[in-house]
Ligand binder design. Structure first.
Ligand SMILES: Cc1cc2nc3c(=O)[nH]c(=O)nc-3n(C[C@H](O)[C@H](O)[C@H](O)COP(=O)(O)OP(=O)(O)OC[C@H]3O[C@@H](n4cnc5c(N)ncnc54)[C@H](O)[C@@H]3O)c2cc1C
Length: 463
């Protein structure tokens, strides 16, 4: 297994990665992006086992609901790069289980790759979302055929791919890019039905990074986003050669959606489990700030916090049901229940704005205007800031300001804005979760119940 330092060194591999107009040749020493390297390295060190042949528990394949339950908090603890890596591995496992009649070499290559990834202790990111061009048109009708990643050349030992995958979380900070179709493909779209693994430093790969990381010298007013930030990558494949042994799908349109659905399941499980944690944090912040403001006993504030509690509890219930009711694939790998994952993720994302509205409503304007920690240290204004930020009753003004900073950082600043959009879009928008939920819900059973309650027989249903 790699140590944090070995991970840092592994990023100095000639990768072509860019930030705000400049190529960054040494990611670990970059003042901002290097922080992400450090968070990821800390995750490596925390789970490092020096025993020969040891593999990381973060890259393990769960085999039961207990395994799944144990894996989720570990991934949250080790950080985003561990999460996207695990999701990539589980995606391949789940897809392989659903492609049992595909070309045997695809299934074998996926198995070999998973073993290899575990042995090398790599970090893998998920490249699924294409540039997509005109959303109303399929890949083969676009003005630019590169709007979806496609095969532009087939050689005896591999394929050459071209296109771009956008918004890829942590793309510059991993070793391999799991590159799969973003949607179902039809006959005529064989060239766009490509699933493969591409090393980040492969010739022709270029990644443009964006980040919400705070740019301030003193980041104490950003207690959340200064602690963890993982840039998204705009990943360009400019005629990249992929050897056959890393190709898991090439031209079989009927399997294109299997990868997208498998990844969607795991990505939404990650989203749902993050919502479960973060909803509790939002409830906690609402209660703490209400207590600090002296409003915790006021009826409308209590009602809002009760609603937040109900929201947090339902999310946790959906997560628990998704794990408990997990399914076991043909080779023994466990995967969470589709219905509970998708309904839970939809519910959490669709109601996030309401929950944050309650938090902002309870908190007051100091969410945006509380003096910074450095202001409290100023000899002239510090004591006055403390005095006027205090609400009496032993509430320290700086303590109350720090609660406000946490709320602003989480919900109302660069990271907060990132979260608003990410909660809706990451893992596919609400539309995708609606479709999958409907597909897995037993609508016939619901109709039978409706007929029974109405005192009607099935044969009376028209058509
Ligand atoms: C912070 C962040 C991190 C992300 N991380 C990753 C990642 O690691 N890997 C990855 O692959 N992706 C990632 N994504 C991408 C995410 O999955 C997409 O943003 C999402 O699937 C929507 O795609 P889009 O952004 O292209 O928007 P669009 O596809 O343009 O969607 C915008 C809206 O249009 C609707 N729409 C679009 N096309 C159609 C259509 N044909 N029919 C009906 N409705 C349509 C959508 O439902 C949606 O409501 C991330 C996104 C964010 C914001």
């Amino acid at each position: 297994m790699r140590t944090g330092d070995q991970y840092r060194e592994s990023l100095r591999d000639g990768r072509a990665t860019y930030f705000e107009g400049e190529r960054i040749d040494d990611l670990p020493s970059h003042p901002l992006l290097g922080q992400t390297v450090d968070f990821t390295a800390a995750g490596y060190d925390k789970y490092h086992d020096p025993s020969p042949g040891a593999t990381s528990p973060l890259l393990a394949v769960p085999r039961s609901s207990d395994d799944l339950r144990a894996l989720i908090p570990m991934l949250h603890d080790a950080g985003m790069m561990a999460h996207v890596t695990s999701t990539s591995i589980q995606t391949l496992k789940t897809a392989a289980g659903r492609m049992q009649d595909a070309r045997p070499e695809y299934l074998e290559r996926m198995e070999v790759y998973i073993d290899d990834a575990q042995a090398r202790d790599v970090r893998i990111t998920q490249c699924i979302t294409d540039a997509k061009g005109d959303r109303s048109l399929p890949p083969n009708k676009q003005d630019d055929p590169d709007a979806y990643v496609r095969v532009v050349d087939r050689q005896s030992d591999g394929v050459v791919i071209r296109g771009a995958k956008l918004h890829i979380t942590g793309a510059s900070f991993g070793h391999d890019l799991l590159t799969i179709p973003t949607k179902a493909m039809k006959t005529g779209e064989e060239d766009w039905s490509i699933g493969c693994i591409v090393p980040v430093n492969a010739p022709g790969v270029r990644i443009i990074n964006t980040t919400y990381a705070p740019r301030h010298d003193d980041t104490r007013s950003f207690p959340v986003s200064s602690r963890v930030h993982y840039p998204e990558g705009f990943v360009i494949f400019d005629d990249v050669f992929v050897p056959n042994e890393r190709v898991f799908l090439d031209g079989e349109t009927h399997y294109a959606a299997v990868f997208a659905h498998s990844l969607g399941l795991w990505e939404r499980l990650g989203g749902l489990s993050a919502f479960a944690e973060e909803s509790d944090q939002l409830v906690g912040l609402a209660q703490l700030v209400a207590e600090a403001n002296g409003t915790a006993g006021i009826s409308h504030v209590r009602e809002k916090i009760s609603e937040m509690i109900i929201h947090a509890t339902l999310i946790r219930a959906a997560l628990e049901a998704a794990i408990t009711q997990c399914n076991i694939g043909p080779d023994g790998a466990a995967f969470p229940d589709e219905l509970f994952v998708n309904a839970g993720k939809f519910h959490a994302a669709a109601n996030y704005n309401l929950i944050v509205r309650h938090l902002h409503d309870i908190s007051g304007g100091a969410v945006l205007t509380a003096p910074s920690p450095a202001d409290f240290e100023n000899g002239e204004v510090g004591p006055l800031a403390r005095k006027y930020m205090s609400t009496g009753n032993g509430v320290d003004g700086e303590y109350r300001a720090m609660l406000m900073h946490a709320i602003r950082d989480l919900t109302a600043d660069a990271y907060g804005g990132w979260k608003f959009v990410t909660n809706l879009q990451a893992g596919g928008g609400l539309y995708a979760q609606r479709i999958v939920t409907r597909r897995h819900y037993d609508l016939d059973a619901a109709k039978r119940k409706a007929l029974a309650v109405a005192g009607l027989d099935e044969h009376q249903v028209p058509g």
